[in-house]
Design a protein around this ligand. Structure first.
Ligand SMILES: Nc1nc2c(ncn2[C@@H]2O[C@H](COP(=O)(O)OP(=O)(O)OP(=O)(O)O)[C@@H](O)[C@H]2O)c(=O)[nH]1
Ligand SMILES: [Mg+2]
Length: 209
């Protein structure tokens, strides 16, 4: 491979291939979820869809909304690595949405657990955490759940354009104390931290450039 490769372009050109609301649809799309991929997970409104758009270099490939609970399905986006080998990025529905009913929460949990159990190509989770707020129980639970299952976890603090350097370090330290992993910092708005995040994503996907 040449040294001219721009790793931040790995997900340029991805397209939505499947919108999954239930277990049956997950079964029907197992060929897709068998492809090497990473999933973006996090509370509602943390910026998952925005980050996906940022990586894809598109404004509204994934729907973004100021009101939480926009993404209610597992959305699978397919692209290719530098050698033309298909890869996938999954945008998962957000959790921790206050207005969600008990049954909606349960169906979220069932869908996500079934996906984690059956997605053969899932190489790791990109866990997005809002840099503006202190660690939340729902995020800690998600992280523990993933780590207990032996999944690769990349914690990423989002929206860092909204906080200063001191606040960034404070939040990173808080999470490091909880997870023993230092979270990356990213902004989909001004692309801060995108290179480092892509480096980590390539590592998890075992793609060499
Ligand atoms: N300033 C700033 N705002 C952001 C950033 N990323 C996302 N936002 C805003 O945060 C809000 C939620 O963004 P989404 O990308 O829809 O969040 P989501 O995690 O996909 O939300 P759900 O689909 O509800 O789970 C929107 O108003 C975005 O414009 C960022 O890096 N900086
Ligand atoms: Mg979304």
């Amino acid at each position: 491979m040449t040294e001219n490769i721009d790793i931040t372009k790995l997900f340029i050109g991805i397209e939505l291939k499947a919108t999954i609301f239930n277990l049956k649809q997950l079964d029907e799309n197992s060929e897709l979820t068998d492809l090497p991929h990473l999933a973006l997970v996090g509370r509602s409104n943390v910026g998952k869809s925005s980050l996906l758009n940022c990586l894809a270099g598109r404004k509204s490939l994934a729907k973004v909304s100021a009101s939480p609970g926009k993404t209610r399905s597992i959305n699978l986006y397919q692209g290719h690595d530098y050698k033309g080998i298909p890869l996938l990025l999954a945008d998962l529905p957000g959790y921790g949405y206050a207005k969600c009913s008990h049954s909606e929460r349960e169906s979220w949990r069932k869908l996500i657990e079934y996906y984690f159990d059956n997605a053969q190509g899932l190489k790791g989770l990109i866990l997005l955490l809002d840099s503006r707020i202190a660690p939340q129980d729902s995020d800690k639970e998600m992280a523990r759940y993933a780590l207990n299952r032996g999944m690769f976890l990349v914690p990423v603090l989002t929206k860092v354009d909204k906080i200063n350097q001191r606040e960034r370090s404070l939040r990173q330290n808080e999470w490091e104390n909880i997870l023993n992993i230092t979270p990356l910092l990213v902004s989909s708005k001004n692309r801060f931290g995108v290179i480092k995040m892509c480096e980590k994503m390539l590592e998890l996907l075992e793609i060499s450039v």
